[in-house]
Design a protein around this ligand. Structure first.
Ligand SMILES: O=P(O)(O)OC[C@@H](O)[C@@H](O)c1c[nH]c2ccccc12
Length: 268
């Protein structure tokens, strides 16, 4: 059984909602990324979305764009991001890892080599936001053969595509709460509740919601309808605010503690 399935089974038994943080690997450096992942696990995270920094993050708002820029200063590759899963596991992290990457960096690595790496390093899931279902046949077959869950995104505008996307989904279905790019929001798409109901009826798989979530109240609201809540920009912003501490060896633990405190209050 895939680690993501195991995590959702445990959470269902415990009546809990999964908290899935997203962070950009290599922001500010790979060693600190692993320290942050350990803190996220301590704070109650149930899975981690490892973001591959990319030069043209078209679906990302300014916070994640800045994080990608900082990480790309060290020329972090897809292979480096995948390696973080193994290194974090070696450091004692038990959480499932979902690799989040735009399609281009994966193509540059080559699908064969990419899938060998993700299997070897213990990645459990894959999110490729710019690979639509109409073009994902080859990747989906390779992912299924490797027992890696290719997790699709559905948006409030997906309408009749929701059923088709959900029918091919593995792991869980990622419901995007709003149109536009990632980034903290105070309100969501007007039809969000009906949209989440539509997705719930279209799949037996767990459903997750992401985009714009930053407060415990928002997590509690979505926990009523979803099995998982994904938080990216708000956590990446907390990392950004803690950078002066994280990059000073004598104050690194203080910076990590700031991230821990913010994330812990999100776990419901
Ligand atoms: O950052 P937010 O608003 O909390 O949304 C999650 C998001 O960061 C993460 O899942 C993600 C990062 N980049 C993306 C691009 C498309 C879809 C999703 C994403």
């Amino acid at each position: 059984m895939n680690r993501i399935d195991e995590a959702f089974k445990r959470l269902r038994e415990e009546g809990q909602t999964a908290l899935i943080p997203f962070l950009t690997v290599g922001d500010p450096d790979v060693t600190t990324t692993i320290d942050i992942i350990r803190k996220l696990e301590e704070a109650g995270a149930d899975m981690i979305e490892l973001g591959v920094p990319y030069s043209d993050p078209l679906a990302d708002g300014p916070v994640i764009q800045r994080a990608s820029g900082r990480a790309l200063k060290h020329r972090i590759s897809v292979a480096d991001c995948i390696q973080v899963a193994e290194d974090a596991r070696d450091a004692g992290v038990k959480l499932p890892f979902i690799l989040f990457s735009y399609y281009n960096p994966i193509l540059q690595l080559g699908l064969e080599h990419f899938f060998n790496l993700v299997v070897q390093k213990g990645i459990s899931g894959l999110i490729i936001p710019d690979l639509p279902i109409e073009e994902d046949e080859e990747v989906r077959k390779m992912a299924e053969a490797a027992n890696i869950h290719l997790i699709p995104l559905v948006a409030p505008t997906s309408n009749e595509r929701v059923k088709r996307i959900a029918s091919k989904a593995r792991g869980f279905v990622y419901c995007v709460s709003s149109l536009g790019v990632t980034g903290v929001r105070s309100d969501f798409h007007s039809g969000i509740d009906e949209f989440l109901q539509t997705v719930r009826q279209a799949t037996e798989l767990p459903i997750a919601v992401g985009f714009g979530i930053s407060s415990r109240e928002q997590v509690e609201r979505f926990a009523k309808q979803c099995d998982a809540v994904i938080v990216g920009s708000a956590i990446v912003r907390t990392i950004e605010e803690a950078l002066p501490l994280l990059q000073d060896e004598s104050r690194k633990e203080e910076g990590l503690q700031q991230i821990y405190t913010y994330v812990k209050q999100l776990k419901v």
